[in-house]
Design a protein. Structure first.
Length: 206
């Protein structure tokens, strides 16, 4: 993974927390967006933890470059501000996570593990801000979902994996994956982050 944060003490604290874990590997850290993008291009890590506001290139600009160049790195944003419009822009642009800088180093590390396995992590306060932003936007007509699909969508928004959802609902992982495939088709999306964003925009999630 890579950490990009322009505040040296905060960046060092996160780096130390990552190095203390055997299940995570820090390949580089950066103090600005341009350096972060160069490191992502070079190392192609599974996950990059990016500050939204950085010198030279901000986090959203780095994310757009990652998507434009077809790099596989998944992005978790960190922000000191709870801004629904910013969260919406990030998720719509393909971010896999959005955390507050109030999150603990342990919380950030756990989010990295979750995002690396293909899940989405949005801090509760960011979820609330996103919901408020989506209510301000013109409502879109949402597709019809079954009760089970709605349950799975809600658990998906909480950041649960397919296996965790299966345990929660008492069904098999294969059944959950089948429901997810139908959800993606109905929502016209291809991944979990986009599914949650589309569902909230369509009023399918409160």
């Amino acid at each position: 993974m890579i950490i990009a944060e322009d505040h040296p003490l905060y960046r060092q604290g996160l780096a130390n927390a990552v190095r203390a874990r055997s299940d995570l590997a820090l390949v580089a850290d950066a103090a600005d967006g341009r350096t972060a993008l160069a490191q992502i291009r070079e190392h192609q890590p599974e996950v990059a933890v990016l500050d939204v506001k950085m010198p030279q290139l901000d986090g959203l600009q780095v994310l757009r470059a990652i998507r434009r160049e077809g790099l596989g790195t998944r992005v978790i944003f960190l922000s000191a501000f709870i801004d629904g419009e910013l969260v919406h822009q990030a998720l719509s642009g393909g971010a896999a996570g959005f955390l507050s800088k109030e999150s603990t180093a342990l919380g950030v590390c756990q989010a990295v593990v979750i995002v690396a396995r293909g899940e989405v992590v949005i801090a509760p306060e960011m979820q609330a801000a996103l919901a408020g932003e989506l209510r301000l936007r013109a409502p879109a007509e949402g597709p019809r979902l079954s009760e089970r699909e709605t349950q799975i969508l809600a658990l998906l928004a909480e950041g649960m994996s397919s296996g965790e959802i299966a345990l929660e609902l008492g069904v098999s992982a294969t059944t959950v994956k089948s429901h997810l495939a139908h959800l993606y088709e109905k929502l016209a999306v291809s991944d979990r982050a986009a599914a949650v964003a589309r569902a909230m925009r369509s009023g399918l999630l409160e």
